[in-house]
Design a protein around this ligand. Structure first.
Ligand code: DGY
Length: 331
């Protein structure tokens, strides 16, 4: 029996590619070349499945160019690189990697919050540049984490993980805003209070963004929202580029309308708005919130398991859409 053909669109752990080879005819990308949309479409023209990361756009044009494609397994919990409606209409299954990265990503959100509020990278650059010649009473004085108010926008699994760290570990008062309110037991576990976005922005000492990207969440934080925040507040974005208007944020940071920001994701990444590179009061990291070795392995394993389960007829393990059976492409 011929094996289904799959494309592994980015370099991943070699042993996981070997595991995929036991089930599939695999075209891999060990050199980690970034293919253009046209190159990706050409490589998918004869493939039954794809293993992607957040950097490959799966849209109607690509689906037309890849008539055999039946499943795309994203190695990420976020899947805003998928046009889910187009995939569903074309009968193509999409999957993501929830749960396995929740705690690691929540750890990172908290680390970025602490580094930002306590001005860690700014002070390290100062030290490395040989500028530290004497101690002074207000040198790199930042803002407190313990006992402060943490405002979380987007209260899914990762948001809840951050809330628990803040409330239980640091005695923070946690307020949150979400499309829907959490069940009472989850609010109690997180010690979190539901508030409007306006109240959150006006009262939080630290605003943490963990909301998925969609047209509706585009520029959740722009100039108007930044103006509602306290001048002493910090803003942390571990969600997706495009949730924050990066140009407006650079202005707010430069003019000290808010105290500081910590950003792991950017509009148009890996490009970063040039003004963010020159303001001192921002901590910048290259989209690494889920980047620990065990977690990245777990994400890659789950994406691989989704492909294997799907082609074994067991159904996708973590689907993001439900193509109608009559629309599904023949296996
Ligand atoms: C995710 O899983 O969505 C992370 O942002 C990694 O891409």
């Amino acid at each position: 029996m011929t094996k289904p053909r799959i494309l592994v669109a980015r370099a991943i752990f070699p042993d996981i590619v070997d595991r995929l080879r036991q089930h599939f005819e695999v075209e891999a990308n060990p050199e980690d070349v970034i293919w253009s949309p046209a190159e990706l479409a050409a490589r998918l023209a004869d493939k039954d499945g794809a293993f992607t990361t957040g950097s490959q756009r799966i849209d109607a044009d690509l689906l037309t160019a890849a008539p055999r494609l039946k499943i795309v397994a994203n190695m990420a919990v976020g899947y805003n690189n998928f046009d889910v409606d187009a995939m569903t209409a074309a009968g193509v299954q999409g999957t993501n990697t929830p749960d396995v990265l929740t705690e690691t990503t929540a750890d990172f959100g908290f680390a970025l919050l602490m580094a930002t509020a306590r001005r860690m990278t700014e002070s390290e650059h100062y030290l490395r540049a040989g500028q530290w010649t004497k101690w002074s009473y207000d040198m790199f004085a930042g803002s407190d984490i313990h006992g402060s108010t943490l405002g979380i926008i987007g209260m899914g699994r990762i948001g809840q993980g951050i809330a628990k760290r803040g409330a239980h570990g640091f005695g923070m008062k946690v307020v949150y805003h979400n499309r829907s309110r959490l069940a009472a037991n989850l609010e109690a576990e997180c010690k979190a209070t539901y508030v409007s976005k306006e109240e959150l922005l006006a009262t939080a000492d630290h605003v943490m963004l963990v909301v998925p990207y969609s047209a509706a969440s585009h520029h959740t934080i722009g100039a108007a929202e930044l103006a509602q925040m306290k001048p002493s507040a910090t803003l942390i974005n571990i969600a997706r580029g495009g949730i924050v208007d990066d140009a407006a944020l650079a202005v707010a940071l430069r003019e000290r309308r808010i105290a500081a920001a910590g950003l792991d994701v950017f509009e148009g990444e890996p490009s970063v708005h040039p003004d963010l590179l020159t303001v001192p009061n921002v901590v910048l990291t290259p989209h690494i919130a889920s980047a620990t070795v065990p977690t990245r392995r777990a994400m890659a394993d789950l994406a691989a398991d989704n492909l294997i389960a799907f082609f074994e007829g067991r159904g996708a393990l973590t689907p993001v859409n439900t193509p109608a059976p009559e629309a599904a492409r023949a296996r």
